[in-house]
Design a binder for this molecule. Structure first.
Ligand code: ZN
Length: 175
């Protein structure tokens, strides 16, 4: 693959614009006031104890989604891997992440921030007291039936959006 050109000569070669990617404009900003959105039940297939949530944003260009969760005392999330990293802000209560501090993980008390890396495994995320947290998910959640278990569902930004929209529809039907 050596064309005989130095890197500098290659850079100087005239750029064929037809081979360039399409031009993209900056993505529009967006904002939401939380009181404008209803709390809806988070799917029971993925949680226990009456967790409710609000989907705040999806960013298809990043594959990310952002949500806030209302977690009653004793509630929990089912086992999952974070395929991409995630950042959270615990605004109220207490959260046991990766099993909590008594099981090799962490227990955080609000206000608390946390970063979970790519492939983080969360066997059981538990809320011993009424809690609330915001989280941005870069990439999907892989819901599994144990650390090396089968995938039960892949929660991409699209899946999160579909679940949220179905819940809104349900809520408006019940209203
Ligand atoms: Zn998690």
């Amino acid at each position: 693959m050596n064309s005989g050109n130095s890197p500098k000569q290659t850079i100087r070669r005239k750029i064929d614009m037809s081979k360039m990617p399409n031009h993209y404009d900056p993505v529009e900003g967006r904002a939401v006031e939380l009181d404008d959105l209803p709390w809806v039940p988070f799917p029971e297939a993925f949680s226990d104890g009456g967790i409710r949530w609000k989907l705040l944003n999806v960013a298809p260009e990043l594959g990310s989604w952002a949500a806030i969760f209302d977690c009653p005392a004793g509630s929990s999330f089912a086992s999952h891997h974070h395929i991409g990293p995630g950042e959270y802000f615990l605004t109220k209560g207490r959260m046991e992440v990766r099993g909590g501090e008594n099981d090799g993980g962490e227990t955080v008390t609000a206000p608390a921030y946390g970063y979970e890396p790519c492939q983080a495994y969360h066997g059981r995320t538990f809320f011993p007291v009424a809690s609330e947290f915001y989280m941005t998910f870069l990439g999907p959640l892989n819901m599994v039936d144990g650390e090396n278990g089968q995938t039960l569902a892949l929660v991409t930004w699209q899946a999160a959006q579909a679940v949220w929209e179905a819940s809104l529809e349900q809520a408006s039907t019940n209203a």
